[in-house]
Design a binder for this molecule. Structure first.
Ligand SMILES: Cc1ncc(COP(=O)(O)O)c(C=O)c1O
Length: 380
């Protein structure tokens, strides 16, 4: 596959900034920022905003979001955060007293608290899965799924260390035992291939501000066809049939619009954020997720080798997300390493004992050389 050449010119990243921290927050492409500013400016003159604008941005965006995960557009809903989407899922997947809700060890808190709360309300039990010995995290999860499993809630890659989960096998196993599958793709959507038809999740969510390169407070939810008649978190006006006819809203037609639109949040038609998200998603689809994945895999392969030489522990490529490096720091690493790197305009993050290094298509060879040089200085 042809790799994507460096795309720094599409971002506002100065030459002397090594931004290796997309896992915390992806930078907006310049085009997305411009689209967002044009969108926000519409409200300087509200009288120029036609009623149809409450519907057109979301109509254009729904099929684009669907494309990111191989879904049909009727399965997509607009939500403000991963946690909101997870709350919708928790409200609509059945679980019985005594059944297990399977989570990964060290999973992201939004995707843990949601299930602790559901377990407390239903009498279900949380079971946290970690890997033992040489077993991969993915194999440990697959092994843990059994007849007593009610729900599996997991990501495609774990946010701390990038450990990859074989979701095709997890999906098949959930199907065998009749468990619901809820996915948080926040740390992979936009950078790693995923297809709902291969995994068959009940629900999936992804926040838009990381690998989708969108603005903060944008996210989407996908609901499987058999989960599109559930109960939304809130009762609003815009996700109802006939909502476009403003003069008839006081007829209180409570029938929902078809598909997953019933789960759309209130004020989903965000005039500033949605155009920016649309531009970012169009850029990602333009590059192509397969090519993004292959290019980041290529970049990170070389970087992983260099990190190993410096004594950092890096997971095998077969066991991690190709776009994601969570390197275990050696014992002599200073506790303020990320602050020291930041002082040199090098941005990475630390989660647990892992240094999270997540470059993207804007990362230059100079960025990587400066990062490795700085690591050599601080822990070499
Ligand atoms: C795996 C994962 N899920 C979700 C989020 C964000 O969650 P929310 O949109 O609920 O703030 C993050 C942020 O770091 C994350 O790493």
């Amino acid at each position: 596959m042809e790799l994507i050449p460096n795309q720094r010119h599409l971002f506002d990243i100065p030459d002397d900034v090594a931004y290796l921290n997309v896992a915390t927050m992806g930078p907006l492409p310049l085009a997305a920022s411009a689209a967002g500013q044009r969108g926000l400016a519409r409200k300087l003159r509200p009288w120029t905003i036609p009623d149809t604008d409450f519907f057109t941005d979301t109509q254009r965006l729904r099929p684009l979001l669907a494309q990111l995960v191989g879904a049909d557009e009727a399965g997509i809903a607009f939500v403000p955060s991963a946690s909101y989407g997870l709350a919708v899922a928790a409200q609509n997947v059945p679980v019985a007293r005594g059944q297990k809700i399977l989570l990964l060890a060290d999973q992201f808190p939004s995707n843990v608290f949601t299930w602790i709360d559901l377990a407390a309300r239903t009498g279900a039990e949380i079971k946290t899965v970690g890997s033992k010995g040489n077993q991969t995290l993915s194999d440990a999860l697959i092994e843990a799924i059994g007849p007593d499993t009610g729900i599996v809630a997991c990501p495609q890659v774990r946010w701390t260390d990038g450990a990859k989960i074989d979701l095709v096998t997890v999906g098949a196993r959930c199907c065998e035992v009749g468990a619901a599958l809820v996915l948080d793709l926040t740390q992979s959507c936009g950078a790693m291939r995923f297809d709902v038809s291969e995994v068959q999740p009940d629900f999936l969510v992804a926040a838009g501000y990381k690998w989708m390169l969108g603005p903060y407070a944008t996210a989407f939810l996908y609901a499987a066809p058999h989960r599109r008649t559930g109960r939304p978190l809130e009762q609003n006006w815009i996700n109802r049939e006939g909502a476009a006819d403003f003069s008839r809203l006081i007829d209180y037609n409570d029938a929902f619009a078809p598909g997953a639109e019933r789960y759309d949040m209130g004020e989903r038609s965000n005039f500033a954020l949605l155009p920016a998200l649309e531009a970012a998603v169009r850029q990602i689809l333009d590059w192509g997720i397969d090519r993004i994945e292959a290019t980041l895999a290529h970049q990170n392969r070389a970087l992983a080798d260099a990190l190993l030489e410096l004594g950092l522990g890096v997971m095998l490529e077969t066991e991690r997300g190709p776009h994601y490096l969570g390197a275990r720091l050696p014992a002599n690493a200073p506790s303020d390493l990320t602050a020291r790197l930041k002082a040199e305009n090098i941005y990475v993050s630390k989660r647990g004992d892992r240094l999270r290094i997540t470059p993207h298509l804007f990362t230059s060879e100079n960025d990587i050389a400066r990062f490795l040089e700085a690591l050599r200085k601080h822990i070499g």
